[in-house]
Write a protein that binds this ligand. Structure first.
Ligand code: OSB
Ligand code: MG
Length: 352
């Protein structure tokens, strides 16, 4: 793959190819939305008339409110084999993951990594299994951990919180991710508990998907704003941010909590990151459990970010049963050179 060519050297028209994938995970991921056993998505490849090739990945998460993998396939089929700047620009905004993938495939590999390395948060499994993994990962040097909550009964999980905090090394921080599972009352009880504990933030305590109607959405957003005002532990938005439009909306509403940014879900990545940067927003870059193709794009965003360097939400690998699709194995730090070494062409070829 020739990623060195600058974008302006490229033609206006490209040959589009795409490959759909379905990859079993090594271990299923359990969240408040249920068990996730395999990852589906589409890798796109664009080649311009000069032979420059670029890759991108559309890794949707429909329960966040993205398009589905079927929508992405249909979008690719509708584009056909020859695409231009204009036909790409005319893709519907609701195909955000596909738009992001095609933008990534077109973008030249600019330099400008701001960091040589960044800290990584270790992802802990939901439930009782978290404790053993935390102990093991603390031993390995991790000092930021992310625990999936809202999976089991709240009272049982609250009991486990103290056990986990008790195992954490001095100065370590725990992120809690409820994936929108709590009602406001439950979230209030959790946040009261977190106030005295080394909790870095609580991610998406409440959420209502578009399908639940406008009243439910307004209530969930009011709850997020209320919780952010009433408790000292920062609240992080994740499911609330699908696409650059959501980022702009929350920035416009003056959100001062954390923005968990999954670049794979932003659609117009550059636009969203520029807006966050201009607002000096607090950003945590996070995996959408994409393959190394999408992860490379997402991690490049993180390594270029000029704001505060918070631990990456990329402590997810090894993730796939077939390790050829993984990014760098989780370690307390990730290096820019590990990111630069990820090779989309290998993954493209593995799907042939
Ligand atoms: O952010 C991280 O630390 C890991 C990634 C993660 O938790 C995640 C991965 C895929 C889909 C949703 C989520 C989430 O943050 O809710
Ligand atoms: Mg989350």
């Amino acid at each position: 793959m020739d990623t060195k060519k600058h974008e302006c050297e490229r033609g206006e028209s490209y040959r589009l190819a795409w490959r759909r994938y379905r990859l079993p995970m090594r271990v299923s991921v359990r969240t408040a939305h249920g068990v996730w056993a395999e990852r589906e998505g589409v890798i796109v490849r664009l080649e311009d008339d000069a032979g420059n090739v670029g890759y991108g990945e559309a890794a949707p998460i429909p329960w966040f409110g993205t398009e589905t993998v079927e929508d992405i396939e249909a979008g690719c089929a509708a584009l056909g084999e020859r695409v231009t700047r204009e036909t790409l620009g005319a893709l519907p905004v609701r195909l955000g993951c596909l738009r992001g993938a095609l933008a990534a495939a077109r973008a030249a590999d600019a330099d400008g990594m701001k960091h040589d390395y960044l800290r990584v948060a270790a992802l802990l499994p939901a439930g009782e299994a978290a404790r053993a993994v935390l102990v093991e990962q603390a031993e390995a040097g991790f000092r930021v951990f992310k625990w999936k909550v809202g999976v089991a009964d709240a009272r049982a999980e609250m009991g486990q919180l103290d056990e986990l905090c008790g195992e954490m090394p001095e100065g370590a921080r725990l992120r809690l991710d409820a994936n929108g599972a709590w009602d406001r009352r439950t979230a209030e009880r959790w946040l009261a508990l977190c106030a005295e504990r080394p909790v870095e933030f609580v991610e998406q305590p409440c959420f209502a998907a578009a399908g639940e109607g406008e009243t439910a959405q307004r209530r969930a957003e009011d709850a997020l704003r209320g919780l952010a005002e009433d408790y000292p532990t920062p609240i992080a938005l994740d499911e609330s941010l699908v696409g650059a439009g959501d980022v702009a909306r929350w920035l416009g509403a003056g959100w001062r909590g954390v923005f968990v940014v999954k670049p794979s879900l932003l659609g117009e990545v550059r636009k969203a990151l520029d807006a966050l940067s201009a607002a000096k927003a607090s950003v945590v870059f996070s995996s959408a459990l994409e393959t190394a193709v999408g992860a490379r794009m997402a991690l490049e965003c993180a390594f270029r970010w000029e704001g505060e360097a918070r631990a990456l939400g990329f402590g997810v690998w090894p993730l796939f049963a077939d390790r050829r699709f993984d990014g760098p194995p989780a370690a307390p730090f990730m290096r820019a050179e590990d990111v630069a070494r990820l090779n989309p062409e290998t993954i493209w070829n593995a799907l042939s």
